[in-house]
Design a protein around this ligand. Structure first.
Ligand SMILES: Nc1ncnc2c1ncn2[C@@H]1O[C@H](COP(=O)(O)OP(=O)(O)OP(=O)(O)O)[C@@H](O)[C@H]1O
Length: 755
């Protein structure tokens, strides 16, 4: 990038070309072009021939303001680009948005907003220029759109050099003139606005060459593409659309989950985030040291189950996103062992990359080439980890990631690929990477072995005092809420407060579970019942198990708990009804099902129609301490039940043209799912029946064979409607491996081993 700077003689001249790592602070001019022969060109400046041109005034204007703001360098598009060199011009047009964005100051020269001589105090007397400002040509030109949006500081001046205000002070005016939302004018990332909305900001603007209406959108859309000479606008627009569509398709295939929504869901499922219960970490000396220094950029937060790590991480994300500087990014991922979609190292990398690219779309360039070659398989096939970790490290090397924060909650919940993931985290938290990491996990020795020397660790047990104080805030909040809703008198309220404070032992989850149970207890008996809640999570879970044991629905509750503990993603109520094999006339009675889930102690919770364990530790308890009760025929038996039940559901549901569309050739985009979805009960089964067969370890090739003989095409059709054909192919591959190892029925093998 080439600049102008003042010389000692008071004149200015062009500088050398600065490489991107050496670019100094600079000011930049935004203006509308006059007639070609009035503007000072690169050649004029080089040959010292432009002083008499009308455009010289603008350059001097910019230089004077830069000098006022103590900026040695300034940039003006008329003369800092050598337009005779097409390669340079092309590069400049592709870089312009970034150059405006990185400028310390941007001065807008409004040649047609003249201030009458008496309007010297222009800022405090807007009536003097208001109508000219509204009608200024600057707001009608194409290139000035990015000059308005990209820089942090945009100041408007009359040609007399009088300051009219900056884009923040004038945002009401600018919003009224341009219809651009104020958030965009205030610097919100443009990726937050849809592509169509961004195109609409250009609608009423003109450019000298029609094709420039397309090229002037490249930065705003964060797209890079070659600017071909003499291209028709329509052709350039077609190429731009194609680049956008390719990017969106790639992102769609990369996306397994959107961690931003996961965070919202988790906070909601856990009853909402209480600021007073996480703020201690912001003042913690280790946290501050990590935040303010680059010495050890990896912070490992560790603690026992239910100590509040996940909620702490949510709080840290909120806090960092408030203070993160300008261009830096913040990406995070919540790993959840109970959901097979988000419990592996590849899922974590896909999530982090997805968030990074969403915030900075140009990072797609690190994926696009590989994706164009391999398609969605890049993220899913057997080499996915290697491809994704290469893409990830390439992205982290990009200088735009300077100051970026990466956060992973629940490393202990990463069921597949944890060692590789830990190694990658350690590797990328050293030079030359410029990101900072926060990871959280339980106190697991395997994780400790890999992270201990490479990280600062913040143990919740070693910060017991702060954690206890945070838990007490939580207790107070919960009990006051209960007291208000259940009309406790002061004696009951204080007895509950007292019992919880004495027995919580710094464990948030224990408090949350006890309060959940207190909801169901009448205030008349609470003073006697409150002592039934023993201290310690396991003791509490044992108490919940005992209640189930003593209830008349215990068999159904055990079956539901076993099922929810073994499925690979949370089930909907409809899926549960069909899989648990309850009485036929109750299978579509969702209210009764919800009631039954209520009988399962506080182990389960229903949010937005999906059933979750109240906490990972609840599932851990069942899998380790209640095995005999809930898995009478071992875990394999439960897998086998789910497998057989799935075949039943699918055989009953799937058929040719399941949505009765009759006419062939429908695309998924054209299709609108009916309210009564015939696939609703079978979706889980379609996706996971093979996994359950494989994990059941029973050689039930006969059943699978019969099902595939009758329904192979119906099943593929259903997967198609669900957008899960590639998952189906993966399942077929596991089935093939399974039956090969199990020396199963040769007929089944030959049926699925299609050429
Ligand atoms: N800051 C907070 N605001 C509101 N609720 C909180 C907060 N911290 C903890 N909790 C409550 O405590 C429960 C347990 O917290 P959390 O899930 O964060 O623990 P954890 O340490 O991540 O547990 P695990 O390691 O077993 O996953 C949450 O479900 C929530 O009810």
């Amino acid at each position: 990038m080439r600049f102008l700077r003042y010389n000692n003689d008071g004149e200015f001249s062009l500088t050398k070309d600065f490489v991107s790592s050496e670019i100094p602070e600079y000011a930049i001019l935004s203006h509308t072009w006059g007639k070609d022969d009035e503007e000072v060109t690169y050649k004029d400046l080089r040959d010292s021939t432009g002083n008499n041109k009308a455009g010289y005034k603008k350059i001097r204007f910019c230089g004077e303001l830069a000098r006022r703001d103590r900026l040695k360098y300034f940039w003006v598009d008329t003369c800092c680009i050598n337009k005779a060199n097409y390669a340079e011009l092309q590069d400049a047009l592709n870089s312009m948005f970034r150059w405006y964005r990185n400028a310390t100051r941007c001065y807008v020269y409004l040649s047609d907003v003249c201030i009458p001589p008496l309007g010297i105090n222009a800022e405090s007397n807007p009536q003097a220029w208001d109508s000219e400002f509204w009608q200024s040509r600057w707001f009608t030109r194409g290139w000035t759109l990015q000059e308005l949006l990209a820089p942090r500081s945009v100041e408007f001046f009359s040609p007399e050099g009088l300051r009219l205000g900056d884009k923040s002070e004038l945002k009401q005016h600018i919003q009224g003139i341009t219809s651009i939302p104020t958030a965009a004018l205030e610097g919100a990332p443009l990726s937050q606005f849809s592509v169509d909305e961004r195109f609409s900001w250009m609608e009423r603007r003109q450019t000298t060459l029609e094709v420039d209406r397309v090229y002037s959108m490249l930065g705003i859309l964060d797209i890079k593409m070659p600017l071909l000479k003499d291209t028709e606008a329509a052709t350039a627009f077609g190429r731009l659309r194609e680049a956008i569509d390719k990017r969106e398709k790639c992102l769609e295939d990369l996306r397994l989950t959107d961690p931003c929504y996961d965070k919202k869901r988790i906070e909601d499922t856990k009853g909402g985030l209480l600021e007073g219960s996480y703020r201690w970490i912001i003042e913690n000396s280790k946290f501050k040291q990590w935040r303010n220094h680059q010495i050890n950029p990896l912070l490992w937060i560790k603690g026992d189950p239910g100590k509040g790590k996940t909620m702490l991480v949510c709080g840290i994300i909120n806090e960092l996103s408030k203070t993160i500087f300008d261009e830096a990014l913040l990406a995070y991922f919540f790993c959840q062992a109970t959901d097979s979609r988000i419990n592996s190292a590849t899922a974590i990398l896909r999530g982090l990359i997805y968030v990074l690219v969403n915030q900075k779309p140009s990072l797609i360039s690190y994926i696009q080439k590989k994706y164009d070659h391999s398609g969605k398989g890049l993220f899913e096939d057997t080499n996915a980890w290697f491809a994704l970790s290469e893409i990830f490290t390439d992205i982290l090397r990009d200088p735009v990631l300077d100051g970026t924060y990466l956060i992973i909650d629940g490393l202990d919940e990463c069921v597949t690929g944890l060692p590789q993931l830990l190694d990658l985290i350690v590797q990328t938290s050293s030079v030359p990477f410029r990101v900072k990491w926060v990871v959280s996990s339980r106190n697991w020795p395997d994780i400790g072995e890999r992270l201990m020397n490479a990280s600062q660790n913040l143990s919740l047990e070693l910060n017991a005092e702060s954690v206890s104080a945070a838990v007490n805030i939580f207790i107070r909040h919960k009990v006051l809420d209960l007291a208000r809703r259940k009309k406790y008198n002061n004696r009951i309220r204080d007895a509950v407060l007292n019992h919880l404070s004495l027995n919580a032992d710094g464990t948030f989850l224990w408090v949350a579970l006890v309060c959940q149970d207190l909801e169901k207890i009448s205030k008349l008996v609470i003073l006697t019942r409150i002592h039934d809640f023993p201290p310690g999570l396991d003791a509490l879970y044992e108490r919940m198990m005992k209640q189930i044991r003593d209830s008349s629905n215990n068999d159904l509750c055990y079956r539901i708990l076993a099922l929810i503990a073994m499925v690979y993603r949370p089930l909907t109520l409809t899926e549960l009804a069909s899989l648990v094999n309850i009485h036929e006339d109750m299978s579509d009675d969702i209210e009764s099902l919800q009631e039954i889930i209520g009988f399962c102690g506080s182990f389960l919770t229903v949010r937005q129609d999906a059933i979750y364990f109240v906490h990972q530790s609840a599932k851990d308890y069942l899998l380790s301490k209640a095995v005999n009760e809930i898995f009478p025929s071992r875990k394999e038996g439960t897998h086998s039940d789910i497998f057989l039940r799935s075949l039943e559901i699918m055989s009953r549901t799937l058929r040719r043209d399941i949505y009765s569309l009759s006419a062939p050739g429908f695309t998924i985009e054209q299709f609108k799912q009916p309210n009564l979805d015939p696939l609703a009960a079978a979706r889980y089964s379609c996706l996971y029946w093979i996994d359950h067969l494989v994990d059941s370890n029973i050689c039930d090739g006969e059943e699978a064979h019969r099902f595939l003989q009758a329904h192979l095409l119906h099943w593929l059709e259903a997967l198609g409607w669900m957008g899960k054909v590639s998952e189906g192919i993966q399942s077929i591959l596991s089935l093939e491996a399974y039956i090969l190892v199990s020396f199963l029925s040769g007929i089944l093998y030959s049926l699925i081993n299609l050429p």
